[in-house]
Design a protein around this ligand. Structure first.
Ligand SMILES: [Zn+2]
Length: 242
């Protein structure tokens, strides 16, 4: 019998598995991202019914069981339940979970990302911060963590200051000017670009001082998500719901 390990983690997603079980993806401090089975947890009175809900932050007791881990017990630390009360907040927070998931490989430990995820969920859930802006900054932080530093000061191709339209070159992940636009460029509005530039220089606790329409923030988030998709060659499925 494998040894029981106690890990602290956040549920990123879950799906049905066999008749009575759930398969959950957990991002933990100790083991990184893992896939784990929770047996017989779907009944209304099941003891671990809470432990497969997205956002659930808990102390999980796990054992390695062949290919998967199995969760044999869990103590909830925080359900982040309020993230699910408002549809817009729910979708943006779900995007945060998905971006976390696609940015790391299975069993890759990343304490820095773990802290970033927990703090981001707390900012949205409890700190009354603007959820679109927190999400946009989280997207930027993910890109930085993946090793892509974005220059907002001038066109990366020709070095001139931006005057007209601005584009994201999806091949390189850099912003370029009108003259340097290529076939695989995505136009970004000047407002959304300026917002990304400002957010990049603003700490999370100061995001509340930025006054901007949600639609502009939404565009900024989608552009950074598109950049992440091209850098990782993965699809960000929840982006279409925000
Ligand atoms: Zn240029």
């Amino acid at each position: 019998m494998a040894e029981t390990q106690i890990i602290k983690g956040v549920v990123l997603s879950s799906c049905d598995y066999k008749e009575k079980d759930k398969l959950v993806e957990i991002f933990s401090l100790e083991l990184g991202k893992i896939t784990a089975v929770i047996k017989s947890c779907k009944a209304p009175n099941a003891k671990l019914k809470f432990a497969f809900q997205s956002f659930c932050f808990a102390e999980f007791s796990v054992i390695k069981n062949g290919k998967f881990y199995q969760i044999i017990d869990a103590k909830q630390i925080d359900s982040f339940f309020d993230l699910t009360l408002d549809l817009s907040t729910y979708y943006l927070s779900s995007l945060v979970l998905e971006l976390t998931s696609i940015s790391i490989d299975l069993e890759e430990q990343n304490p820095q990302l773990f802290l970033l995820l927990l703090n981001t969920l707390k900012h949205i859930c409890y700190d009354n911060m603007p959820v679109h802006l927190v999400t946009a900054k989280f997207c930027q932080d993910i890109l930085t963590m993946l090793g892509y530093k974005v220059d907002y000061s001038k066109c990366v191709s020709c070095g001139t200051q931006y005057l007209g339209k601005i584009f994201l070159n999806l091949d390189t992940g850099a912003f370029v000017c009108n003259n340097c636009e290529t076939e695989t460029s995505l136009q970004i509005s000047v407002q959304a670009f300026s917002l990304l530039k400002i957010i990049n220089q603003t700490s999370y606790d100061r995001l509340g001082t930025i006054k901007i329409a949600d639609s502009v923030a939404r565009e900024a988030i989608l552009v950074v998500c598109k950049n992440i998709e091209y850098r990782l060659l993965k699809v960000v499925r929840s982006a279409k719901f925000i």
